[in-house]
Design a protein around this ligand. Sequence first.
Ligand code: 2HA
Ligand code: ZN
Length: 269
Amino acid sequence: MESILTNRKGLAQEIGKVAEVAGYLWEKGWAERNGGNITINITDWIDDDIRRLPGISPVYRLEVTLPLLKGCYFYCKGTNRRMRDLARRPMENGSVIRILDDCSSYEIIADEVVLPTSELPSHLSVHNYLKSIGSNYKASVHTHPIELVAMSHHKPFLEKDVLSNLLWSMIPETKAFCPRGLGIVPYQLPSSVALAEATIRELGDYDVVLWEKHGVFAVGNDVMEAFDQIDVLSKSAQIYISARNMGFIPDGMTQEQMREMSVAFHLPK
Ligand code: 2HA
Ligand code: ZN
């Protein structure tokens, strides 16, 4: 079947990365059933021929107005679709949408009429926010990492920067590769406006936020970078839990060792 990706190397590469990451999310056990979402701003890879493509769906209302996304294009995971299926067939389990000129509606342009995730307004609100602060980030990823979600069931871990410091101290790489740490969003109903707003507030200071008793939401230049940040935090969580399972509380790197890391790697915190 003819695909929007045919003969478009840059676009095919971006969607290829989404499929690769979707496979990792499934393999890691972070994406049961239809769990998780990925939305990528692909506007930079859109050529004039794509701009001229007609919509293949009705026009859908977004229920939010996103002035900075006028005429932007997104690849979105489909609602109720499984990450493990998206990994093999990204254009059958997700679609490309165009934000229309009123900034509050969209249409699907390719490849098939796969309705985007129910979290689309939240993900797009994040992309609108990222543009508003001049960020080049193009990817947003939501997933359910087992150990990090488990840790979010313990109130003391939800105090500001407690988990960031704990996870950073488990292995030096975590601070180097997730230098802004882990923001915390208290429990909110999935897909709710309140959850999106609280997430956006935390993204001012963090690239990854933990949704209490639910999952994580990460942003990055591309989907691989967003995934890597979740992955290093998850690795630290597993080290902490392994130590606890062996019957001791891990020492963690000292504050001095962490400061030394920040200086050596020119880290912001
Ligand atoms: O869309 O994980 O929280 C699937 C989800 C929603
Ligand atoms: Zn979820």
